[in-house]
Design a protein around this ligand. Structure first.
Ligand code: AR6
Length: 169
């Protein structure tokens, strides 16, 4: 599986699936979540509502899949990252689960390229360096015959420089 690093807006990334750093309500929010719903349009929210009606909220570390609406991607995978609370209440495991469960869902849907934002490192306050180590490790550990490329899409320069170092380590 090839790993690519971009400094970009994930809503403009033409991957088969883009991953959203959502919250458990699945009904939108700020940060990358807000950007994805704005750019993708109402169809994404409609799908999220249908999932809510079916299964209720999305637990931390879990992932669900919807249409990508007007985005260049085929699908959006919504995953709920952990809120950073000092790191002693399972945040690292939950963050790893976000990456693994998103990749599993992409694989099950035959999606060959998956773009990830830096989950939890914005509003949820996860330290960027530690989050990058977990993200890169999870992707490297994931075995798939389906997924050919994982793209880490960094929005800020700090994350971009951290990922450059971790991917090449
Ligand atoms: N493209 C790529 N990355 C982006 C974009 C974009 N357009 N916009 C922001 N980022 P955050 P979280 C980066 O706060 O920490 C929402 O309200 C940003 O620089 O979006 O998981 C949800 O509804 C950062 O590196 O997500 C939840 O309530 C990364 O995306 C909560 O925020 C994640 O920052 C989730 O918080």
């Amino acid at each position: 599986m090839k790993i690519t690093l971009l400094k970009a807006d994930i809503t403009k990334t033409p991957a088969d699936a883009i991953v959203n750093a959502a919250n458990s309500s699945l009904l939108g929010g700020g940060g990358v979540d807000g950007a994805i719903h704005r750019a993708g349009g109402k169809a994404i929210l409609d799908d999220c509502r249908a999932i809510r009606n079916r299964q209720g909220k999305c637990a931390t570390g879990e992932a669900v899949i919807t249409t990508a609406g007007n985005l260049p991607a085929k699908k959006v995978i919504h995953t709920v990252g952990p809120v950073w609370n000092g790191g002693t209440i399972g945040e690292p495991e939950k963050l790893r689960d976000c990456y693994l469960n998103s990749l599993k869902l992409a694989s099950e849907h035959g999606l060959k390229s998956v773009a990830f934002p830096n989950i939890s490192t914005g509003i949820y306050g996860y330290p960027k360096e530690a989050a990058a180590v977990i993200a890169v490790q999870a992707v490297q550990d994931f075995d798939s015959d389906v997924i050919e490329e994982v793209i880490f899409v960094c929005f800020d320069e700090e994350n971009y420089l951290i990922y450059q170092e971790k991917i090449n380590a």
